[in-house]
Design a protein around this ligand. Structure first.
Ligand code: XMP
Ligand code: MG
Length: 191
């Protein structure tokens, strides 16, 4: 149904297609590029692993076409276990490699759901004295929000449904899907 690949069998329907993601990523990069045109010491893009890895790769390349120059850093935090609901408990699995004091930071996020993870992350980055911190999130579930978080750049608002693909997983699977979709109910039933 999606593009004839093996994983299509598990997907109930596609929410956002590969082409839509590509187009939106270019748009977001253009906005960020314009807003940070005057930043001389470069941006620091902070990717939250693992979900945002695809978006980070594509967003950084899109930004690279127009600048400003950016450094890439990665954090791994955990707020979800194997399941599909947020625990609100955040653990750092991998911290930033470099000091961010005085840097203009853009957090590259896959999806803002309850906002609990991002709320924690923003406070953490601010406590480390970044010059500025903004967020670009490819997806947001506006009806799921529990803590309001300032997300300056949003790709798509999507319904409050659990989605997979383009970095997003269910039990570590489906991250490699080039689109974002909803799993068939029987996939949950057999797990
Ligand atoms: P919160 O609720 O803290 O969640 O805003 C943010 C993180 O939870 C993950 N998340 C999802 N992962 N499908 C996924 O595979 C989803 O629909 C989904 N919603 C939230 C994601 O890692 C995000 O950064
Ligand atoms: Mg996940």
């Amino acid at each position: 149904m999606a593009d004839g690949s093996w994983y299509d069998a598990d997907i109930d329907h596609v929410i956002i297609s590969e082409a839509q993601i590509r187009e939106k990523t270019a748009e977001l990069a253009k906005q960020v590029s314009a807003d940070y045109a005057g930043v001389t010491d470069g941006l620091l893009l902070v990717c939250v692993l693992k979900g945002a890895v695809m978006f980070m790769a594509d967003f950084a390349r899109a930004l690279g076409r127009q600048g400003p120059p950016a450094e890439l850093d990665f954090m791994a935090i955990s707020s979800y276990g194997q399941g599909t609901t947020s625990s609100g408990v955040v653990r750092i699995l991998k911290d930033l490699d470099r000091d961010i004091a005085g840097r203009h930071v853009v957090v590259v996020e896959d999806i803002v759901d309850s906002g609990l993870t991002l709320n924690w992350l923003l406070r953490y980055l601010e406590s480390r004295s970044a010059a500025s911190v903004e967020v670009v999130a490819l997806f947001r579930k506006p009806d799921a929000v529990k803590v309001p978080v300032p997300v300056k750049y949003v790709g798509f608002d999507i319904p409050t449904e659990f989605v997979v693909g383009y970095g997003l997983d269910f039990g570590e699977r489906y991250r490699e899907l080039p689109y974002v979709g909803v799993l068939k109910p029987e996939v949950y039933a057999r797990s």
